[in-house]
Design a protein around this ligand. Structure first.
Ligand SMILES: Cc1ncc(COP(=O)(O)O)c(C=O)c1O
Length: 388
């Protein structure tokens, strides 16, 4: 059986997704298809590298050496066509940690930060936690696909924005922003002197015919006012190992960011994260391309089944393993929707309302699981909707 077909029992592994089902969804029977990790094993090369490292048995303080940095530099060049320098890198346990650091290091309380909603919930929290103000450039749904209202984007920047947290690819709407869209956003940020903090954690997970473009790779000028956050965690299912990095070409910005990490006691990467990152980037390409095919086929399956058997609408996406589903045909409010999926469908999904009020008629479904699990989830949803 293929690596992406095997069903693994993840219960009692301290899995947030599987071991919190009762607490979050009030019943052990609920099938978890929520938080963004995958039910697939990491590539063999990663597992072997971790086992080898564990055999040594000594887990002291660890450095991120040049070979780890080179694995990142090569990866970004090969996969994203962007030539970075290893001294542009800062290391962090997670992208959300980096967002907190960047906001504190590079903006002031009361500054305004732009986000494109609906969006990944921690974006709101990161801004609010440090007493900065949120301004929204609400995404527009056009022909079942999300796009950007550039006029509104500019209006918001005109009113005075210090930083823009871009999500590319976008969670939850699944857009991989095109070069043209990125150029337009970058041009406006440059004009209004806005720092770009680009969360590209999903950048490796585009559908097979889609290419991710890093906004900072568009030109040296744009790179000069940007921080790009990336990680192997979503790509290779390594979230529990807490390894991520930021790419900041501008020395002054990078130094401020690095100082913030130090001020809060963060340095380097944990040794298992270090080991897994290097192995994944050096040996994980084939595995990743196999995964991208699977995710495309899972997305197509969910879309065709749900739209054939129900009035739910699956939004057109370019990547990620998070599917954004319009449930307005169910005519339930946000609370009712949550209750319906928990209690009637018995599928544990993310409530769209958690991504902003624009999402209250939506749910987000994680399709990074073996086909058997996916089919069970889809079947439960179809049955519940048909019985409603
Ligand atoms: C857009 C985005 N950023 C960041 C994260 C989490 O990153 P980390 O676990 O590295 O903090 C996620 C996880 O779902 C995400 O979707």
């Amino acid at each position: 059986m293929g690596i992406f077909e095997t069903v693994h029992n993840r219960k009692n592994t301290r899995s947030v997704k599987w071991d919190m089902v009762k607490d979050l969804f009030q019943s052990e029977e609920v099938l978890p298809m929520w938080v963004a990790d995958m039910d697939f094993q990491a590539p063999d090369a990663v597992n072997k590298a971790l086992i080898e490292r564990a055999k040594h048995g000594i887990y002291g303080y660890t450095i991120v050496d040049e070979s780890v940095k080179s694995s990142i530099v090569n990866w970004i060049s090969k996969r994203h066509n962007w030539n970075i320098k290893s001294d542009w890198l800062s290391f962090s346990p997670g992208v959300v940690t980096t967002l907190h650091m960047a906001i504190q290091a590079l903006t002031e309380p009361e500054d305004t930060i732009l986000i494109q909603t609906p969006v990944y919930t921690p974006f709101y929290k990161v801004i609010e936690a440090h007493d900065r103000k949120i301004v929204k450039n609400t995404l527009v749904l056009e022909n079942n696909r999300y796009t950007i209202n550039f006029q509104d984007f500019e209006e918001k920047l005109k009113q005075g924005v210090k930083a823009f947290i871009l999500c590319n690819p976008h969670n939850p709407v699944g857009r991989v922003w095109t070069r043209d869209e990125l150029e337009q956003m970058a041009k406006l940020c440059q004009e209004y002197n806005v720092l770009i903090i680009s969360d590209e954690i999903h950048s490796d997970l585009t559908f097979p015919n889609k290419q991710h473009v890093s906004i900072a790779s568009l030109s040296d000028d744009i790179a000069n006012f940007s921080i790009t956050c990336m990680a192997p965690s979503k790509t290779f299912n390594l979230a529990g190992l807490q390894a991520s990095y930021a790419i900041t070409p501008n020395k002054k910005i990078r130094e401020k960011l690095d100082q913030q990490f130090l001020n809060q006691g963060f340095h380097g990467l944990n040794l298992m994260g270090n080991t897994a990152l290097e192995a994944a980037y050096n040996h994980g390409e084939e595995w990743l391309d196999g995964l991208r095919e699977i995710l495309q086929s899972h997305y197509d399956y969910v879309k065709s089944e749900l739209e054939r058997h129900t009035d739910l609408l699956v939004i057109d996406e370019d990547g990620t393993y998070l599917v954004w589903i319009d449930c307005s045909s169910l005519q339930l409010d946000a609370k009712g929707l949550k209750k319906f999926f928990n209690e009637e469908a018995k599928v544990g999904l993310n409530a769209g309302a958690d991504y902003g009020e624009e999402g209250k008629q939506y749910i987000r479904m994680n399709i990074a699981c073996p086909r058997e699990t996916l089919e069970e989830g889809v079947k439960r949803i179809i049955q519940a909707v048909q019985n409603k």
